[in-house]
Design a protein around this ligand. Sequence first.
Ligand SMILES: *Cc1c(COP(=O)(O)O)cnc(C)c1O
Ligand SMILES: [Zn+2]
Length: 562
Amino acid sequence: MAAHFVVECLDCGTLSTYSPRTPLCPKCGSAWRQARYDYKTLSRTFALQIRERPFYLWRYLDLLPISNSANIVTLGEGGTPLHHAPNLGLMLGLPNIFIKDERQGPTASFKDRQAALTVSALKEAGIQEAVVASTGNVAISYAAYCARAGIKLWAFLTSMVPAAKMQEVAIYGTQVIKVTGTYDHTKQVATEFAKRRGLFIDQGTRSVTPIEAMKTIGFELAEQLTQLLGPLPASATGKTPFPWRNPDWYIQAVSGGMGPLGVIKGFEELQLLGLTQKIPNIAGIQVEGCAPMVSAWKRGAETSDVVVSPVTNISTLSTGDPGRTYQILRGYFTKPPSRSLFESVSDEDAFRATHIVAKMEGISLEPAASVAFAGLFKLVRDGVMRPEDVIVVNASGHTLPIDREILGEGWETEVSLPGSTEVEMPREGLLAALNRLDFRLRKVVIVDDDLNAVRLIRRILQARGGFEISEISESTKALEFIRQQKPDLVIMDLMMPELDGFGLLELLKKDPALAEIPVVVVTAKMLVPEERRRLNGMIQKLLQKGTFLDDELVSEIKKALE
Ligand SMILES: *Cc1c(COP(=O)(O)O)cnc(C)c1O
Ligand SMILES: [Zn+2]
């Protein structure tokens, strides 16, 4: 069967056939090669061809480097949901945030795409033994797919990888080799081992299949956004509308940079096929203790820095030497009109983001994936995002169990029952135990006619517990309502019809029974100095809508209640 693709050397341009057995360019020996397809023919057929196919990775088979579909090794990878994130959107003041839920891959990370495609290519080449070096998730994915394909796998893991992840690799019958050292050391050991034994090794961004696998995220995003938002309107493009739509931003936590490299290639190919307009802006977020791309980017350097000893507990993101991948990414990032960038966040920022995304959107992430969200929060604060931007964040992976360290104190309430041996517990014992669950609730009244804002504030307070919340949307009735409720705190907006927040505040402060109730103002209004003076002394705190994170609101409210 004739292959529908070739590989092109990025260094000398030589085109050759692809086999995982021959990872180097036959002419110059370079390992940097990418797959090329017949884009001209596909531009006429592709969109139509795939229409009736199931929504998963193999939907895009015509643009994947597998010749015979009988060789596909699948566990149902790809085709992950794209969730709108309305609560995060309210919190950040950005209505178009979407979460690509890659936790829903067969082994709970986006590495499943890479493993599915690579192991299929190994099967097609008749390869029966392989080596992988990993910070955890690649090894887990490979272990699962190799088990399914009957391929023996050697997984080299840095000793920083949490025990739970190592055990997950082992359950699939993989040979686990724990290397005491950094990820970069681990890669060297694994590469040497593979060379000696003549075994295939996944070389990440230098292997053809991982990039081809990751590009399917781009394809899916374009299809999903088109379905959710419709194609780009003609006015925005100035030309004939494109049938598919791309996001304005793709945000991902970055270690070796395979994800962004693949997603960019995906959007390049969609452009070649005439399906979308441009490549989205990419935000590559690294963790501060291992951010060689970020430090190089901020200095304007063309080659990456090298972090010899990463200082982070987020071992998934511990590539200290990204090598040429940075240069290739930088090439795209600096091409006008791209607004792409690299940014870093701390471990603590990531842990905090883990809490926020779980509480606001019901999505529990591993800290590595939360790094992307912490990055989003930082970029919003720095004013990088525009309100109309369509933003996709890759929720790249999920871990169970959740580390106690991330959860922090006070996450559980114990109910201990009197040591009864009978089946039916004495009623007094049960009541006494339940009584201990009735904490003193602090009463909060929210006055706001913006129902979305009320929903957001209610959600934030509920997730924290300890508050009894009531709300009123009509400010003219608020005074009477507050008098009845006798709350411990009032949260109010300023812009309300009939009686605005300033007026309501003055009435509150005039009433001796209500004057002492602390007030927190949460508003979208940009205040002029005169207005700030008017609020002075009447309120505890002024918060701008769309600029605070959930834990900041809670801490301000706690302060106001003290
Ligand atoms: C591998 C991984 C990353 C980093 O991906 P790269 O694109 O290779 O930099 C981010 N998050 C999770 C969960 C990962 O497993
Ligand atoms: Zn070459």
